[in-house]
Design a protein around this ligand. Structure first.
Ligand code: SF4
Length: 452
């Protein structure tokens, strides 16, 4: 009998987390079971190219797997995702345990490929072709019929924007919107399994439906359809593109109470010269106008962002413009990075690279500012009331009278709260008052005895 033990390692963004969750579900439905790395017959490394040194990370992970499994050639190692798409069949040569390489579209066929590879130990399979349409994936139920309270649903694949620092259009392919009926069906299914919050995922969600795969449904219309599904309490999405956010997308924040008052809106830089060089196709004035319109539509909207410092040609003046914009927009949090070359991206060829020391110094100054803004934003929440969607037991260990649980408020902030012992509160909506701000989270006190 085949050994169907498996272990999945995931790098990167929410789309990758979602891909790994999906793959896990399908494998478990096919009789696989999750085990620690050392005991696994099948190891999947789901890779990401967005963060720094992706190739190095993947190769060191493959080395770690070789060590943990004693280099056993019968252990099947599968590399999926963006780095698999980039390195392709070269991975077979670089690590003998790798027998499946599946890119962003190819991952849909990975479960069948894994089963075949287990039966044919001398075989290697690559799934690297891009499709010209969104590939619907095999569906599988949650392992015990109970899904997560917060579900992720893909609405598209790829991107057409070709920002000069990014290789997503090369690793995930050109934009392919998913059919709105399939999206709604998956959302209904997630709600039936217990989800009360759904996050719609895509590289550039506002451009949903604008490619040749679109079925006539715009992103704003999709938001309305999903928000009105019975049983759904909260709706979120990532990632929007400032240039593609239209009036209807903005109005949705006013019209849909289910749409959470939190938006992760990547700005990348506050300098117009750098934004042009990045090919972002908006300038600082456009961005500020958008922020103003969004805040008018939803006065309590909290914004977070992505920022790159040390982009080729960035001067201290450009960097100061970024600091000014961060202050002006009042971001509650940000992901910030030093620029680094991504092989294949246009910016690799740009002159005037910023030295690592200068970029690092700018990053520290930016993060100091962001820490101050984030702390002030969290502290302002003290004394307010809100509702948590409980995700599970709190990882914080404190000796309260009752067990500690963790939930998220509508802004997506983790809040720790004591709840009565003797029952599982996962998936409940719990009203709380915020009692204290921590560095990245909040403490809350339950307001009422009854639960929804
Ligand atoms: S919008 Fe730009 S940064 Fe985002 S995925 Fe597309 S090309 Fe990359």
């Amino acid at each position: 009998m085949l050994d169907k033990s498996c272990h999945i390692i995931t790098f990167g963004c929410q789309m990758n987390v979602r891909d790994s969750q999906w793959l896990g579900r399908v494998l478990y439905a096919r009789g696989f079971r999750q085990t620690p790395l050392e005991e696994a017959q099948v190891v999947v490394v789901n890779t990401c190219s967005v963060r720094e040194k992706p190739e190095l990370k993947v190769m060191s992970t493959l080395g770690r797997i070789r060590q943990a499994t004693g280099g056993n050639p019968r252990v099947l190692v599968c590399v999926t995702g963006c780095v698999a798409q980039q390195l392709g069949k070269a991975l077979f040569e670089r690590e003998h345990q790798v027998r499946l390489v599946a890119g962003s579209d190819g991952i849909a066929a990975a479960p069948q490929a894994i089963e075949r590879l287990l039966e044919e130990p001398d075989l290697r399979i690559d799934l690297l072709d891009f499709t010209n349409h969104y590939v619907e994936r095999e569906s599988a139920p949650a392992p015990d019929g109970k899904g997560e309270p917060s579900a992720y649903v893909n609405i598209m694949q790829g991107c057409d924007n070709f920002c000069s620092y990014c290789i997503v259009p090369f690793t995930r392919g050109r934009q392919k919107s998913r059919g709105s009926n399939a999206i709604l069906e998956e959302c209904r299914h997630a709600i039936a399994e217990g989800a009360r919050e759904i996050t719609l995922l895509g590289q550039n969600v506002n451009a949903f439906g604008r490619d040749k795969n679109g079925d006539g449904t715009s992103f704003a219309e999709l938001l309305h359809h999903v928000a009105n599904l019975p049983g759904l309490e909260r709706l979120r999405y990532v990632t929007p593109h400032p240039r593609d956010m239209g009036p209807d997308d903005i109005a949705a924040f006013k019209e849909l109470p289910q749409l959470c008052p939190r938006l992760h809106l990547p700005m990348q830089s506050g300098s117009d010269a750098i934004l042009t060089s990045m090919r972002r196709r908006y300038n600082s004035k456009d961005f500020l106008n958008l922020v103003e319109k969004l805040r008018k539509a939803r006065p309590d909207l909290a914004l977070s962002t992505d920022l790159i410092v040390g982009f080729p040609g960035e001067t201290e003046q450009d960097f100061q413009a970024t600091l000014r914009m961060v202050r002006e927009c009042g971001f509650m949090s940000s992901f910030s990075f030093c620029y680094s070359d991504r092989p294949g991206a246009r910016a690799v060829l740009f002159p005037h690279k910023v030295s690592a020391e200068v970029a690092q110094d700018r990053l520290l100054r930016l993060q100091e500012l962001q820490d101050d803004l984030g702390r002030a934003w969290l502290e302002k929440r003290t004394g307010s009331t809100t509702t948590l969607l409980i995700e599970g037991r709190s990882p914080r260990d404190w000796q309260g009278e009752e067990p500690a649980w963790q939930g998220r408020d509508p802004y997506g902030i983790p809040v720790h709260v004591e709840l009565p012992a003797g029952r599982d509160h996962t998936g409940q909506m719990v009203p709380v008052s915020i009692t204290q701000a921590k560095k990245h989270s909040l403490m809350g006190r339950r307001l009422v005895q009854t639960f929804s």
